[in-house]
Design a protein around this ligand. Structure first.
Ligand SMILES: [Zn+2]
Length: 319
C-alpha cells in the first residue's frame, strides 16, 4: 500500500479534512487533527509494522492503521463514494489512482468497511523516532523489529525466539516479538519452515530456527512484491494484490498440500483460523501438553467444543 500511494501523494499539500465518524481519529481529536494537518506537504510515505507512515513537512507524521479492511484511494475531488468512506483529506492537483493527473484538487479517501482503522498525527523526534500521543514515549516503542530490516539477523531472531515459551504461531503474531506479520503470513511461514503452529517457540533446534527465519523473510518479501493478499472482500485501489494466488495453506483447508499432497487442516487458535499440513508440520510429543492447553483456551474463548491435537494431525512423532 505504501508503494502504491507514494507516487500519488508524495509532494502533495493537504488543504482540508472531512469526516463523518470521529472515532477514526486516534490522536489528537478531530478538530485538532484537521487544524494541525492543514497546509502540510507530504514528503514521504513508508510502512512501519502494520501502519502507513506519512512524513509531512516540519516534523509532523500522519500514521494510518488500516487494520483488516482499511483502504486508501486518491481520486479527483467530488468523485462519488459509498458510506464506508469516513475520512477524506483534500489534496492539491496531481496524479490519481489508475493513472492520469487532474488539474483540480484531489481527495485521499480512507474507506474502511469494518471501521477498525485509525489515523493519528504525531511528531518525529530529532533522533528519527516517532513520539507517541502527547509526546509520551515512542509510537512504535512496543513493536519488535521489522523482519526485512538489515538489522534483523538470524542471530537476533534466535536470541528473541529462545526467550519465548509461547506457541510458534502466537509468537509470530505478537507484534512485540516481530512487526508486521499477520495471520496469513504466519501460517504461510510455518508451512514453509515445516514447523507445527503449536510448537513451543523455545523448542526449535538451530536448523529449525534458520528455516523459520528464512521462511518469514521470504514470505514477507514475496507478499510485498506481489502487493499483498486480496482475500475476502478486500480489493486494492491500484488493482488487487497477487499473493492470494500463491498461498500454500491459508484458506486451503481440505486442499492438497503443495509439498506432500495430503489435505491441509485448520483449527482455531485465539479465535483465528490456523492452517497447516499435519504431515509436513509434525508436533513433537514434548509439545503436546502445552499445545493442547493452548487449543482448549482458544476453544473456550470462541465458545466452541474443545478439540485436541490428535484430531488435528493423528499420531505424530518428533521431527
Ligand atoms: Zn504436506
Amino acid at each position: 500500500m505504501a508503494r502504491d500511494l507514494a507516487p500519488l501523494v508524495e509532494g502533495a499539500t493537504i488543504d482540508g479534512t472531512w469526516w463523518d465518524w470521529e472515532p477514526v481519529f486516534r490522536y489528537p481529536g478531530a478538530e485538532a487533527f484537521a487544524e494541525r494537518i492543514r497546509g502540510r506537504r507530504v514528503k514521504r510515505v513508508a510502512r512501519r509494522a502494520k501502519w502507513l507512515v506519512f512524513d509531512l513537512e516540519g516534523d509532523t507524521v500522519l500514521a494510518v492503521q488500516v487494520k483488516m479492511t482499511g483502504q486508501l484511494f486518491v481520486l479527483p475531488e467530488g468523485t462519488a463514494h459509498d458510506k464506508h468512506v469516513h475520512l477524506r483529506l483534500t489534496l492539491d492537483s496531481g496524479p490519481v489512482a489508475g493513472g492520469g493527473r487532474v488539474a483540480g484538487r484531489r481527495w485521499l479517501l480512507f474507506r474502511d468497511v469494518r471501521k477498525f482503522g485509525r489515523v493519528g498525527l504525531y511528531r518525529r523526534a530529532a533522533d528519527g523516532t516517532i513520539l507517541g500521543a502527547d509526546e509520551q514515549g515512542e509510537l512504535f516503542g512496543a513493536h519488535g523489529p521489522e523482519p526485512l530490516a538489515d538489522e534483523f539477523t538470524l542471530r537476533l531472531f534466535r536470541e528473541r525466539l529462545r526467550r519465548r515459551s509461547g506457541r510458534l504461531k502466537s509468537t509470530l503474531l505478537d507484534q512485540s516479538f516481530i512487526s508486521g506479520v499477520g495471520n496469513i503470513y504466519a501460517d504461510e511461514s510455518l508451512w514453509r519452515a515445516r514447523l507445527h503452529p503449536l510448537r513451543s517457540a523455545d523448542s526449535l533446534n538451530t536448523d529449525q530456527e534458520r528455516r523459520l527465519y528464512r521462511a518469514v523473510r521470504g514470505v514477507m518479501n514475496e507478499a510485498i512484491e506481489r502487493r499483498g493478499s486480496s482475500v475476502d472482500d478486500y480489493t486494492a485501489p491500484e488493482g488487487d494484490g497477487q499473493m492470494q494466488e500463491h498461498l500454500d495453506v491459508y484458506q486451503r483447508t481440505g486442499a492438497p498440500c503443495h509439498r506432500c499432497g495430503r489435505s491441509i487442516r485448520r483449527f482455531e487458535l485465539n479465535a483465528r483460523g490456523t492452517h497447516f499440513c499435519s504431515w509436513c508440520q509434525r508436533l513433537p510429543a514434548a509439545d503436546r501438553t502445552r499445545a493442547n492447553a493452548a487449543l482448549v483456551r482458544g476453544a473456550r474463548r470462541s465458545a466452541r467444543r474443545g478439540r485436541n491435537w490428535s484430531e488435528l494431525g493423528g499420531p505424530e512423532t518428533a521431527s
